[in-house]
Write a protein that binds this ligand. Structure first.
Ligand SMILES: [Fe+2]
Ligand SMILES: [Fe+2]
Length: 270
């Protein structure tokens, strides 16, 4: 199921399949239902994607002011692109690490997260289409799959970088985005981003939960391991301001991210 979603290129088709399989998984987990076995899969190194948007290096993606209507459309487009990547990231963690013995709750959590990302992508597409645009109408960032590639052999590295760094960053920036659309009177985008903001806390929490689970199983200090893995696999910067309240709600204490932000802001760091 995960590999089928990953190998579906069109965004709306990918998310429709994702939602259908998530519902099937959830139904199979009801008491008395026939369980779906966790199999083994050979997911592609790169998920299938539509021909559009054109993927550009971040420095080549045109910047638009969020104060303009065009800038707000570009912002929705950027979020849609992030959400589509997130759909693939959550199915990828399920398929790629199926050989690592994990409790069933691990699969429940990432299936639920994938289902929510699918909803988020569709919400962003609805907003884009209501504004006369659509996903694929402008270029998007290449390189969002880099974190998945870099951590393809390391489940703890994947958890550290994807939910606990990248998705946590979403908690920091989403309130500001909601404010932009509120000021512009774009109620549909405000409502959609409110849903995204509320649900993303859980994705970060799933990451923290399973990261701590694995540290406990191997008798490792979670904070030390987190710092080492982010240094090894994450190539961006951890930049304040942080949404400390939502990060705490998601099980991400300040001593996980502040030391990394401080060391990354030191001059001379390669
Ligand atoms: Fe999302
Ligand atoms: Fe998410």
């Amino acid at each position: 199921m995960a590999t089928e979603v990953l190998t579906t290129a069109d965004g709306r088709a990918k998310t429709a399949l994702s939602r259908r399989y998530a519902a099937a998984w959830t139904a199979s987990r009801d008491p008395g239902a026939t369980p779906i076995p966790v199999g083994r899969a050979d997911p592609p190194l790169h998920p299938a994607r539509p021909d559009r948007p054109e993927l550009l290096s971040p420095r080549d993606v045109p910047r638009r002011r969020p104060g303009s209507a065009a800038g707000r459309v570009a912002l929705l487009h950027a979020v849609a692109h992030i959400e589509l990547n997130a759909v693939d990231l959550h199915w990828d963690i399920i398929a790629r690490f199926a050989h690592v013995p994990m409790p069933m709750g691990f699969y429940d959590d990432w299936v639920k997260a994938a289902d929510e990302e699918s909803k988020h992508f569709n919400l962003m597409c609805d907003c884009l289409e209501a504004a006369g645009s659509r996903y694929g109408a402008m270029p998007a960032h290449a390189g969002m799959w880099r974190a998945a590639e870099d951590t393809r052999d390391d489940l703890m590295g994947r958890l550290a970088v994807v939910p606990m760094v990248l998705e946590a960053r979403g908690l920091d920036v989403t309130p500001g985005m909601i404010e932009i659309f509120r000021k512009a009177g774009q109620g549909d985008a405000v409502a959609a981003l409110d849903v995204i903001y509320a649900e993303e806390v859980h994705h970060v929490a799933y990451g923290s939960k399973w990261f701590h689970f694995l540290c406990g199983r191997e008798d490792h200090d979670p904070k030390e391991v987190f710092h080492a893995l982010v240094r090894r696999y994450f190539h961006g910067a951890l930049k304040p301001p942080f949404n400390e309240e939502k990060r705490a709600e998601a099980g991400l204490p300040p001593d996980f991210y502040w030391p990394l932000a401080d060391e990354m802001s030191q001059p001379g760091r390669g």
